[in-house]
Design a protein around this ligand. Sequence first.
Ligand SMILES: Nc1ncnc2c1ncn2[C@@H]1O[C@H](COP(=O)(O)OP(=O)(O)OP(=O)(O)O)[C@@H](O)[C@H]1O
Length: 254
Amino acid sequence: MSATAKTPILELAGLRKSFGRMEIIRGVDLAVVQGERHAIIGPNGAGKSTLFHLVSGHLRPSAGAIRLRGESIEGLPPQSINRRGLSRSFQVTNIFPRLSVWENVRCATLWSLGHRYSFWRDVERLDDVTRRTEEILTEIDLIDRRRTPAGVLTYGEQRALEIGLTIAGHADVLLLDEPTAGMSHAETERVVALIRKVSEKRTLLMIEHDMQVVFDLADRISVLVYGEIIACDTPARIKANAAVQQAYLGTEAA
Ligand SMILES: Nc1ncnc2c1ncn2[C@@H]1O[C@H](COP(=O)(O)OP(=O)(O)OP(=O)(O)O)[C@@H](O)[C@H]1O
């Protein structure tokens, strides 16, 4: 690979999104560098989820460009963006509660390998799926829970499983939407460790409200306020940025 640490893997340029006459995303430029952990923070209603919907293909931009490894992806359907290596988790859980942990990951793996290896013979393909399912369960530390129905996992374990489903398809750009929302302190610590691990060899873009998690995990932070990025910098500089303090962090950062 010729990519260097400075290569943007995901680029947004002049991105805009309006709903009727309301412009929610108002000209966003962002370059996410290969291998970095990048957090998007901002007040409620700033447009963070809308931005994720645009990047993952769940919404079409009104204007502007989105490039993944230099190729335009704006307007493509979510499945084709996913096949190009960008995978997204949702705030609302995506798991099948009655299926076991194993079956959940196996479904995600089958689905993703199906695109790549549809010409393989079934047996070989199933071996591959089994191997990949084991790999994922080991990576997310749920291998001992593989026979448990996903619906009876703890909340923290369910979020870990969701991360497993997100990485099942070999994506190297992960979008995580509030991965620690609603978690206890202990669950948050566990999921932060997991995010750190799964993002070691991947690029991470995440929306997160918990500032401790953001400052702990992120290499860079973008601050979205009323559909515009008002600052994009290292955690230390974001903390010290007066405009950010005023617009968003305020008392929370104190
Ligand atoms: N499909 C839609 N149609 C109309 N307005 C929408 C639509 N989706 C989002 N909005 C509006 O866009 C604005 C930004 O919403 P969005 O969910 O992107 O913000 P957010 O930063 O993710 O907020 P939160 O932190 O509360 O999740 C809100 O005012 C919301 O009402």
